[in-house]
Ligand binder design. Structure first.
Ligand code: P6P
Length: 333
């Protein structure tokens, strides 16, 4: 047996041992997230077999029809995380307000924001979808989380990660000490370390990832940037275009191959579509920990001060040289 078999539980325990000041509260959150990921993975993989597809008929705070798997993922995450004893509150894409920790359960020193099932419109066509999470230390006094605890800049995250429900289920996260990927072995129900110390190749493969169907609404700088990637402006070998339409899948490819993922603002929606707290900031933290870069076109994502739990920002994530090139083009807008 060549490589050691390391479970995510063992890996997290090892990381905790290296930090004498660690209380174990943080470990509890990560372990519960791992449990939720297994439960959601089981349902996502059965989705084609069990009649849990299709709209649940309700609308979420975004005014989007909620798919049953969305509801299930949100319910599972809230169920396991409210009981972990280490959280003071939860922000979810599916909940307009902060989800409190019921008085019956112990609260703790962290807060979490998550998108329970991002890319859910792809559920019905069996395209990879994902869960994205971001963990901060609680700053306010008292038992329960306040808005101040959730509206912290991404640079202060103590952990961030995602679960990719694809051809296999992967849990990828950082606690500020590099990025590590774990692949679920469903035969034993364990996440096993499969991708230690992940680094974004620099400059990486020449891949750009954006929905070009929106190109007529882009700014001039954004249009010129994509013309550059297509080899139509400024010479150079054309990039390949890859776009799944599921952020976790597009990001995971960028993390492993390099390139750049973009969701730009438009003239009528300069803030773009993707949410800062539970989509963009966690993936930006992972991206930078893996040696990449992230910007909203003007500001480093991790330096953005959030003003609302569900606020949206434009995003450019990937190999540092490609993101820096994007910033140069966008600075001409
Ligand atoms: P568009 C999925 O709905 C999502 O929130 C992200 O996962 C994805 O990157 C983006 O929206 C796709 O949006 O406008 O290209 O369909």
């Amino acid at each position: 047996m060549s490589d050691p078999i390391v479970t995510v539980e063992h890996f997290i325990a090892e990381q905790e041992r290296r930090h004498p000041e660690a209380t174990g509260a943080f470990t509890d959150v990560l372990l519960q997230l791992s449990l939720a990921a297994k439960l959601i993975s089981r349902s996502v993989n059965k989705a084609g077999l069990v009649d849990i597809l299709g709209d649940a008929g309700k609308e979420n705070v975004q005014g989007e029809l909620v798919q049953k798997l969305d509801e299930y993922a949100n319910d599972v995450l809230i169920h396991v995380l409210t009981r972990c004893g280490s959280l003071a509150g939860i922000a979810s894409e599916e909940s307009e307000e902060i989800v409190p920790i019921p008085a019956a359960y112990e609260a703790g020193p962290y807060v979490i924001a998550f998108d329970p099932l991002d890319g859910s419109s792809n559920i019905d066509v069996n395209i990879s979808i994902g869960t994205i999470f971001s963990i901060h230390r609680k700053r306010s006094r008292g038992r329960d989380a306040t808005l101040e605890d959730l509206l912290q800049p991404g640079r202060d995250q103590c952990a961030a990660g995602y679960v990719l429900y694809g051809s296999s289920t992967m849990l990828v996260f950082t606690t500020g000490a590099g990025v590590h990927g774990f692949t679920l072995d469903p035969t034993i129900g364990e996440f096993l370390l499969s991708h230690p110390d992940m680094m974004i190749p620099e400059p990486g493969k020449r891949i750009y990832s954006v929905n070009e169907g929106h190109s007529t609404t882009w700014t001039e700088g954004q249009q010129r940037l994509v013309r550059h990637f297509r080899g139509e402006e400024g010479g150079g070998t054309p990039f390949s275009s890859r776009y799944v339409g599921s952020m976790v899948a597009d990001f995971h490819r960028t993390l492993q191959y390099g390139g750049i993922f973009m969701y730009p603002g438009t003239r009528d929606k300069p803030e773009g579509k993707l949410r800062l707290l539970y989509e963009v900031a966690p993936l930006a933290f992972i991206c930078e920990q893996a040696g990449g870069a992230s910007t909203d076109g003007v500001t480093r994502v991790l330096d953005i001060q959030p003003t609302d739990v569900h606020q949206r920002v434009p995003v450019y994530l990937g190999s540092r040289s490609h993101v820096e090139l994007a910033s140069r083009y966008l600075s001409e807008d």
